[in-house]
Design a protein around this ligand. Structure first.
Ligand code: HEC
Length: 149
C-alpha cells in the first residue's frame, strides 16, 4: 500500500510533465502552421484586391506576391500537423487525421495551383492571371471547408 502510493506520487508528476511537454510541442506546431498560413494570406490578399479591381494592378507587386506565395507553398506545411495536434489555440478539425490522404491531396492541389499562378503572373496580363488566381483561391477554400473550424 505504502509502496504503491509512493509509486503513484513519484510517477504522477512525471506523467504530468510528459503531457505538458507534448502539449508544448503541439503548441509550436500550431504556431508554425498558423505562421505559414499567415504567410499565404499576407501574399494572397493583395493579389485578390488587384484581381478584383479593388486595387490598381501593379505587375511587379503582383509578381512579387505570387513568387512569395509559391515559395511559401514549398515550406513543409504537413510537418506542422503532427497526429492529433488539436489545441485550444487552433482551428483544426480532427478530420485531418482521419482523412490524412485527402488532406495531403488538398495540399498538393494548392501547391500546383500556386505554382501555376506564379507562372501566369509573368504574363502581366490580368485576363490570363485571373483564372489561375481563382483556381488557387478554390484550393484554400476547399481545404478550409473540410478541415478548418
Ligand atoms: C491543405 C489545407 C489548407 C490549404 C490548402 C490552405 N489552408 Fe489555410 N488553414 C488550414 C487549416 C487546417 C487552418 C487552421 C490551422 C490552425 O488553426 O491550427 C488554416 C488557417 C488559415 C489562416 C488563419 C491562420 C491563423 O493565424 O490562425 C489563414 C489566414 C489561412 N489559413 C489562409 C490560407 C490561404 C490564403 C490559403 C490559400 C492560398 C490557404 N490558407 C490554404 C488549411 C489549409
Amino acid at each position: 500500500m505504502r509502496v504503491s502510493n509512493f509509486a503513484v506520487a513519484a510517477i504522477a508528476p512525471l506523467a504530468f510533465a510528459t503531457q505538458v511537454a507534448i502539449a508544448d510541442s503541439h503548441g509550436k506546431a500550431v504556431e508554425y502552421r498558423q505562421a505559414v498560413m499567415t504567410t499565404y494570406g499576407w501574399n494572397f490578399k493583395p493579389m485578390g484586391a488587384m484581381v478584383n479591381n479593388k486595387a490598381p494592378y501593379d505587375a511587379e507587386k503582383f509578381k512579387h506576391h505570387a513568387t512569395d506565395l509559391a515559395a511559401a507553398a514549398h515550406l513543409d506545411l504537413l510537418s506542422g500537423f503532427p497526429e492529433d495536434s488539436e489545441h485550444e489555440e487552433s482551428d483544426v478539425k480532427s478530420e485531418i487525421w482521419l482523412n490524412w490522404e485527402n488532406f495531403e491531396q488538398k495540399y498538393r492541389n494548392f501547391q500546383e495551383k500556386a505554382a501555376a499562378l506564379n507562372a501566369a503572373a509573368d504574363s502581366a496580363d490580368l485576363d490570363k492571371i485571373r483564372p489561375t488566381f481563382g483556381a488557387t483561391a478554390k484550393t484554400c477554400k476547399d481545404c478550409h471547408k473540410a478541415f478548418r473550424e
